[in-house]
Write a protein that binds this ligand. Structure first.
Ligand SMILES: NC(=O)c1ccc[n+]([C@@H]2O[C@H](COP(=O)([O-])OP(=O)(O)OC[C@H]3O[C@@H](n4cnc5c(N)ncnc54)[C@H](OP(=O)(O)O)[C@@H]3O)[C@@H](O)[C@H]2O)c1
Length: 247
């Protein structure tokens, strides 16, 4: 059986690790765990091995062009294919006091947030798309947030968080643009909101676990041919199924 190769960015902890773990439980998927810190990556790989899940590991800093190019070459030489890309790696400076208002937000922070949450997603996607196109198969999952929904921007209860929100709006836009470019192919790209989760980013007061947040990513990573293209999904747990959110 030819296994599908699944790459998850930032998967040594948090949501990325939970997604890697759930995908690794599927017989037909070979997971490639990635992280910018090798020690963290090997530790996560070992944790999964202790649960009898054999995943591969490779270092990857999505903001570093050389790292992304080296990773793409390694994937091509190791597998000659990529079937699933989960763009999970992200940063969130919302707890910084300046992030409580657009009047005080620091431009350096905004730029750094865009660099990881938008530009880096464009970079890794561009680098790996040829390995999907070669087989006319791909599932790309962009981890967004309901804080990026312009429709509920004026009424939701979340912090203002200008840098984070604007960056994830950018990520949603990237999803829509890429979907248009991929129309008519069997490469499907979608964004989703995993909900507020107990991770280093979400903190311990969050209502959901990373495992719960991972469910929708796994659904989108394994969509059948003809499945959703260019949509923004809510976490399935909240609605008992796959529901597209308004942009
Ligand atoms: N937690 C929530 O409530 C929540 C809600 C909505 C959406 N999200 C989204 O879910 C995703 C995962 O967040 P999380 O909650 O799991 O947060 P997390 O525990 O802070 O994990 C973030 C991950 O991204 C990695 N990362 C950051 N910059 C990177 C880079 N340049 N290259 C490679 N990896 C990088 C981190 O690696 P290091 O360990 O090296 O820093 C870490 O593995 C993010 O996109 C976030 O915006 C989270």
């Amino acid at each position: 059986m030819v296994q599908k190769v699944a790459v998850i960015t930032g998967s040594s902890k948090g949501l990325g690790y939970a997604i890697a773990r759930q995908l690794a439980q599927k017989q037909d998927i070979q997971v490639v765990l990635t992280s910018r810190n090798q020690q963290d990556g090997f530790a996560a790989q070992q944790k999964l091995a202790n649960e009898n899940m054999q995943v591969n590991y490779h270092p990857l800093d999505v903001t570093n062009d050389a790292s992304v190019q080296e990773f793409a070459t390694w994937l091509e030489q190791s597998y000659g294919r990529v079937d699933i890309l989960v763009n999970n790696a992200g940063v969130n400076p919302t707890m910084e006091p300046e992030e409580s208002s657009l009047f005080t937000v620091q431009m350096e922070t905004m730029l750094a947030t865009f660099t990881t949450n938008v530009v880096a997603v464009a970079r890794i996607t561009q680098a790996l798309l040829p390995l999907m196109k070669a087989n006319n198969y791909g599932r790309i999952v962009n981890v967004s947030t309901e804080m990026a929904s312009l429709t509920s921007m004026g009424s939701d209860y979340y912090p203002l968080a200008p840098s984070y929100r604007l960056s994830k709006i950018g990520l949603n836009g990237l999803t829509a643009i890429l979907a248009k470019e991929l129309a008519g192919t069997n490469i499907l790209v979608n964004a989703y909101s995993p909900g507020w989760m107990q991770t280093d980013m979400g903190g311990s007061n969050a209502p959901y676990t990373a495992d719960e947040g991972a469910e929708t990513a796994v659904y989108l990573a394994t969509l059948p041919e003809g499945g959703a293209q260019g949509k923004f999904f809510a976490e399935m747990r909240k609605f008992g199924g796959a529901i597209a959110l308004p942009w």
